[in-house]
Write a protein that binds this ligand. Structure first.
Ligand code: ABU
Length: 385
């Protein structure tokens, strides 16, 4: 006879419990640094990418001078670039999956139709600190809907998975029937009416003013309970205070004094390889500035000793400097994904620090705005429980 619905749901429940006991579970969100084993990640998509359309002073503040005349705001990137970048991102996602990492991909969006930019650079718009995923209140107008349109489905899925993951915690003693949420997602505030961020920048050092919170998540990195970041042409003081207020309890945010007049994203300025070992870009930050932060005081800090060269061949790196070489993605304290042409860098990591670089082609993704670190968001890092 068919089991009654009660006994079938009991059997299902028991089966679920058994599975939970057998398979090591990872939380939906959980990352406290940049080097613990990567377990789950978002990898961007390049389809339909468009040159960002922003006021000219924004572009000139941050883009390498030699590329500015080729920059075509509001026009799609060439098919050659987006098709090859798509292939590179798909290949990279496969490398991560083969390494046992769970990979999420964004929805494809017609960025030209919505006046947007790209789905290839998720690091700029999302960051995980502990159990909290924070959406950046972008400075750039063209990025305002990027997270909702491309990543909204992933955020919904994460919340659903978090619910399922915590089903067995259905009842807490104080709130019977309430679910326990291990993950927290903080969406960016909506801007109603005119955006004032570019009006009359008070501090002429930066292309934006401080009239509302703005930051790009790529201006910050996790070092345990301490988040290090920088002010930049896309991150202002109000943005820093806003982010500080959203960090999970016990976390602090400190600003690194960088010397980069074109600052936009800290992930080609510092690269922690593992706990206690960081390499840095001596053109943008000094060792003394880094040592001011207690969290780095007893670390080995190494300037990258070579001058990275702009490449004459291949697709143009419209928005990035040759320092993009440091925009690598650590899979753990040994393995790190490096662009396949960055052989000098890979050899240095191998011979000097015993790292195991994984060489992956990514030059067409560079054309759209960044490398492996920019093109990903760490969702979970850490040992399996
Ligand atoms: N978005 C990464 C910045 C790369 C660079 O500094 O050139």
């Amino acid at each position: 006879p068919a089991p009654s619905s009660d006994s079938s749901s009991l059997a299902h429940h028991e089966q679920q419990q058994q599975q939970q006991q057998q398979t090591p579970t990872i939380p939906v969100l959980g990352a406290s640094d940049e080097w613990s084993p990567l377990r789950a990640v978002i990898v961007g998509c390049a389809e339909h990418s468009v040159f960002p359309s922003e006021p000219e002073h924004m572009i000139t503040a941050t883009m390498p001078a030699q590329h500015q005349r080729h920059f075509r705001p509001g026009h799609v990137f060439s098919h050659e670039i987006t098709a090859a970048a798509t292939a590179e991102l798909n290949h990279f996602a496969g490398v991560l999956q083969d390494a046992g990492i769970r990979v999420y991909r964004p929805r494809q969006v017609d960025w030209l139709a919505v006046g947007g930019y790209t789905g290839a650079m998720p690091r700029d718009g999302l960051m995980v600190v502990g159990n909290t995923l924070i959406e950046a209140p972008f400075a750039w107008r063209c990025r305002r809907d990027e997270i909702r349109l491309a990543y909204g489905g992933i955020l919904d899925e994460l919340m659903r998975d978090d619910n399922d993951h915590n089903d067995h915690n259905d009842d807490d003693d104080d709130h019977p029937g309430a679910k326990q949420h291990a993950a927290r997602i903080c969406r960016a505030p909506t801007i109603i009416g005119k955006d004032t961020i570019y009006d009359d920048p008070k501090n002429s050092q930066w292309a934006i003013n401080d009239s509302r919170p703005a930051f790009d998540a790529a201006d910050f990195m996790r070092f345990g309970q301490t988040v290090l970041g920088q002010l930049s042409h896309v991150t202002n003081e109000k943005g820093v205070s806003y982010l500080r207020a959203l960090l999970p309890p016990g976390h602090t945010l400190e600003l690194v004094q960088v010397t980069d007049p074109h600052a936009m994203h800290i992930d080609a300025t510092i690269l922690p390889l593992r706990r206690g070992l960081l390499i840095y870009n001596p053109d943008r930050v000094t060792e003394a500035a880094l040592r001011r932060h207690a969290v780095l005081r007893d670390w080995e800090l190494h300037p990258y000793p070579f001058v990275p060269k702009a490449r004459a061949d291949g697709p143009p790196s419209y928005m990035c400097s040759p320092w993009l070489v440091l925009n690598a993605l650590s899979l753990d304290e040994k393995r790190i994904v490096v662009e396949q042409d960055d052989v000098e860098f890979a050899d240095w990591l191998r011979t000097r620090f015993g790292m195991e670089p994984i060489l992956v082609p990514f030059r067409h993704v560079h054309s759209i705005g960044g490398s492996f670190h920019c093109a990903t968001v760490d969702l979970v890092r850490g040992e399996e429980e």
